[in-house]
Design a protein around this ligand. Structure first.
Ligand SMILES: [Zn+2]
Length: 304
């Protein structure tokens, strides 16, 4: 992916050096995960299953080493600390490459969604992305490396553990910058659902349903976030920001984080009623729908 000249977002809050803190404040809001270590914690209280149990089954151990020492160099993107030609770096010191990448992808999602919202006569309010190492606090509760990336509807923040990128490549065989960008774009997709009111509607609807019905609704929510991630990919592609192999990378990531794949790895069998993100085939299909159409109206995962 040619992300070197993406506009860097100002909405990244770097907590990678911060003390994780010890408390477990209870928060309101909906916490939606999306990536590989997959959690959709629609408040574990509402939910029949405890997603953390599933995570626990696939989490082998403690925090992983700091990632991104092996961040693949994109064309036009030199070695760390050496800005590529034409790349305007602000006067501040060279950034951590992981943070720079996250700010670039987030900035690009802001530009894309701003334009999409404008075309609908609406205004896009970008989310904040909290980058952390090991653990931090959110309005939806404590975030840790084991929860994976998630979106918290209460503070409208995305939470991303830097070790996750390393995990994605190591554990799920989906390395590469586009796969990582897909995960960010998926979480941004949840923010879009929050802005459009879909998340609130689904939350209300869930209160009327039993565990199986709630699970089915949460799968629809996840698949729509995949479709929205695809919409970002559509515009990246149109601006010629993708390279050969990027789409395959994204497809691989979308498939690798399907619940059936994860459960197969975790338990050796598949339990459909406990899916919270959809199967690999579903995730791939909806990601592709967004990617090929670039049209939010095509992302009606609830109507299909
Ligand atoms: Zn999600």
């Amino acid at each position: 992916m040619r992300w070197g000249d993406f506009r860097r977002s100002d909405n990244v809050e770097d907590r990678t050096d911060a003390d994780p803190g010890g408390g477990f404040p209870r928060g309101g809001g909906i916490k939606l995960g999306g990536g590989a270590l997959v959690v959709i914690v629609i408040a574990s209280l509402i939910f029949g299953v405890n997603p953390l149990e599933m995570i626990g089954a696939i989490e082998s151990g403690g925090p992983t080493a700091p990632p991104d020492s092996r961040q693949p160099a994109a064309p036009g993107y030199g070695p760390p600390g050496a800005p590529a030609p034409g790349q305007s770096r602000a006067a501040n010191a060279p950034q951590d490459p992981a943070k720079d990448f996250v700010a670039a992808v987030l900035g690009d999602t802001e530009d894309v969604w701003k334009a999409v919202f404008q075309s609908m006569g609406a205004r896009y309010e970008p989310p904040r992305l909290v980058l952390f190492r090991r653990a931090t606090q959110s309005a939806c509760g404590r975030a840790s490396a084991s929860t994976g990336p998630f979106y918290c509807s209460a503070d409208r923040d995305l939470y991303l553990d830097t070790a996750f990128f390393a995990e994605l490549s190591r554990r799920f065989g989906a390395p590469g910058d586009f796969a990582q960008a897909y995960v960010i774009a998926h979480e941004v997709g949840h923010h879009v659902q929050n802005l459009t009111g879909t998340m609130r509607k689904v939350d209300l609807e869930m209160r009327q349903r039993d565990a199986r019905g709630r699970n089915a609704l949460s799968v629809r929510l996840e698949l729509q976030a995949d479709c929205y991630a695809g919409i970002w990919g559509y515009f990246a592609q149109r601006r010629n920001k993708l390279e050969v192999g990027d789409l395959e990378e994204g497809f691989r990531a979308a498939a690798a984080v399907g619940d059936d794949e994860i459960q197969k790895r975790a338990q050796g069998y598949v339990v459909p009623e406990s899916f919270t993100h959809g199967t690999a085939e579903q995730r791939l299909r909806w990601f592709r729908t967004g990617l090929e159409s670039g049209d939010m109206r095509r992302c009606n995962t609830f109507g299909s």
